[in-house]
Ligand binder design. Sequence first.
Ligand code: NAP
Ligand code: F7E
Length: 326
Amino acid sequence: MTKRALITGITGQDGSYLAELLLDEGYEVIGMVRRSSTVTFERIAHLQDRIATVPGDLLDQASLIDLLRTHRPTEVYNLAAQSFVQTSFSQPVLTGDVTGLGVTRLLDAIRIVDPDIRFYQASSSEMFGKVVEVPQSEDTPFYPRSPYGVAKQYGHWITVNYRESYDLHASSGILFNHESPRRGLEFVTRKISNTVAKIKLGTASELRLGNLEAERDWGFAGDYVRAMYLMLQQDAPDDYVVATGETHSVRRFCEVAFGHVGLDYEQYVVIDEAFYRPAEVDLLIGTPAKAEKVLGWTPTVAFEDLVTMMVDADIDLLSGRLGPIS
Ligand code: NAP
Ligand code: F7E
């Protein structure tokens, strides 16, 4: 039988890596894209002749049902979301609608059209928020600290609920922060790597940041999409933490990124209150023990290598040596 995967959020960071992986695994890949007045296909431009893009929106139930009926995927990966935590404070209702209720719309479309479809939900370590346990595992209680985290917690539990109510093969990956040269420019890692490259090339003179003491368990996005795929290959659906088991501060990320090009971050980083959040997630560190044991998944890119990969890619991009996807 043809393996046919539908990816929502295919134009995002993870969508582009997952599409590459599934094509390599012999899948027919369909990417749901929302209507926009400008083209947002930069991350999948190199795949355009190998994937099909079809219109749909997590805000529109009928578009989801129609899409499943027309394309009959065997697996659905729900990566679409309003995914930026800072924006979730200024657009909490939209975030709840897309990132939270959007999951119900898609699960219900699956229940109606074909309950045999296997489903992956992009859950997040932001659900742990003000952590009640260190490190965080699948059994750690949630305490989200942003409208985004709250919406993801809803999406997580509705996935569990549809699994238990309708016997769907629905799994959630509780993924900790994962980064790459394809990361959006608003997220702190790419903001740092991109500005370091600009400073090195002489087109910027400072980097304005918020809380330097926040600590994150940062991994490489290319590794993390493999865990998503592996979850849907298991006989039984389940939930998995995907993390490296190491944590580093934003300050340390700056130190390594600037240090890589021979600069001292303290001379360029300016603290700007505008980048502080109403409520912060101070520390995240996950234990990937279950993913390692059941899925056979392990991360392959160490923290320092991730930082230098991102800085090098931004220098290449900004100096015109490479296109956006490398
Ligand atoms: P991303 O780069 O921000 O991509 C988000 C995707 O969602 C984009 O393709 C975007 O399309 C799409 N989208 C937004 N609103 C939509 C709507 N109403 N209908 C359909 N599509 C919509 O996110 P990412 O970093 O790849 O993350 C993928 C998923 O994993 C997200 O759900 C995120 O919340 C979750 N997650 C990410 C991380 C991480 O560290 N990266 C960790 C845990 C969980 P446009 O291109 O049109 O904007
Ligand atoms: O912030 C601090 C900020 O926006 C990381 C999303 O993919 O991962 C991501 O969410 C930390 C925070 O990612 C700036 O306060 C300091 O403590 O890169 P971020 P995030 O909020 O951790 C989770 C797992 C997801 O699920 C999300 O979708 O860095 N920080 N100064 C800053 N952050 C930003 N963005 N910009 C600053 O200037």
